[in-house]
Design a protein around this ligand. Structure first.
Ligand code: NAD
Length: 284
């Protein structure tokens, strides 16, 4: 069966081009560039790569970025004090705390400290709550990227059966809320779900964020399903695999994202978009 490859890299580029246009307009109107502050604690190599790509993307769209890097031994207070200072700093429009944080630091306390108006990751409890009610000004980047990809690929969301695999606060739950807002009938599956395949066989839309390499195979999917693979799983040979076994899934799916080159680039593009939204709101 012919499937549609959902090219996240190309779609993310379109989003970044539009953000670049807005950032330029913002600069013309205000004389300043939108600015993202990134906080990185510890020496997690993956986090260092993510932060570098986020900073590179800022440069690409014509935004400023600044990073605040701390050793793993940093105290929670030191990070929170830095966030408070950034909240007050008018030259900073967006604040991102790269997760995971060192184990002795409470992510909850740190994420709560970020001003809700500069919370470009959309993780602050106020923004998470607003997402559930009527939609938040700043919504989590990866879930927003998933919805953007589905719409761009032409998925008919209203009335569709959507299965989200994973219930984390940063991907599973918010993407489920967004699909509900699009009038999907949403089922959230997780590590305690029995017979995942039974749910998937009836799913027109699948968003997988479970972090299990190639766990979803073609035989589990409904013919023609739109499959969004959020998973990033590092394999022993150094390559990256998604949650979905692409080779077997593409024989059944109607549309599917690759890994890499699917959701990953969209996450960064949506972060740029959120920083733009935050800057525009702060300048009225
Ligand atoms: P997480 O570990 O917090 O959550 C994983 C979820 O999967 C849990 O809710 C768990 O219940 C569920 N799960 C685990 N095993 C399962 C199973 N066998 N069957 C059904 N459900 C199962 O992870 P997360 O932070 O939500 O991230 C999920 C994946 O997405 C990871 O691979 C992560 O690297 C990736 N990710 C990618 C991006 C991106 O930009 N592409 C962004 C964030 C996360």
């Amino acid at each position: 069966m012919a499937y549609q490859l959902i090219d996240g890299k190309a779609i993310a580029r379109e989003v970044r081009i539009e953000v670049k246009r807005r950032a330029n307009e913002f600069f013309i109107n205000t004389g300043v560039k939108p600015k993202l502050a990134v906080i990185l604690a510890g020496d997690n190599p993956a986090s260092q790569v993510y932060v570098a790509s986020k900073k590179k993307a800022c440069g690409w769209v014509g935004m400023e970025s600044a990073s605040y890097e701390f050793p793993s031994s940093v105290s929670e207070k030191e990070i929170i004090d830095t966030i408070y200072a950034l909240n007050e700093d008018k030259s900073v429009n967006g604040i991102l705390v790269q997760l995971p944080l060192p184990k002795h630091i409470s992510e909850e306390n740190v994420l709560r400290a970020v001003s809700k108006d500069k919370d470009v990751d959309g993780f602050h409890p106020m923004n998470a709550g607003e997402l559930m009610r009527k939609g938040a000004n700043l919504e989590p980047c990866t879930p927003a990227g998933c919805i953007y990809l589905l719409k761009k690929a032409g998925a008919l969301l209203s009335g569709a059966n959507a299965v989200v695999i994973g219930r984390s606060n940063i991907v599973g739950k918010p993407v489920a809320m967004m699909l509900l807002r699009e009038n999907c009938t949403v089922t959230i599956c997780h590590s305690k779900t029995k017979n995942l395949k039974d749910y998937l066989q009836n799913a027109d839309i699948v968003v997988s964020a479970m972090g299990r390499a190639r766990a979803i195979t073609g035989d589990m999917l409904k013919k023609g399903a739109y499959v969004i693979d959020v998973g990033i799983n590092r394999m022993e040979d150094g390559t990256i695999a998604g949650d979905v076994d692409f080779e077997s899934a593409k024989e059944v799916a109607g549309a599917i994202t690759p890994v890499p080159g699917g959701v990953g680039p969209m996450t960064i593009a949506m972060l740029m978009n959120n920083t733009m939204i935050a800057a525009e709101k702060q300048y009225g």
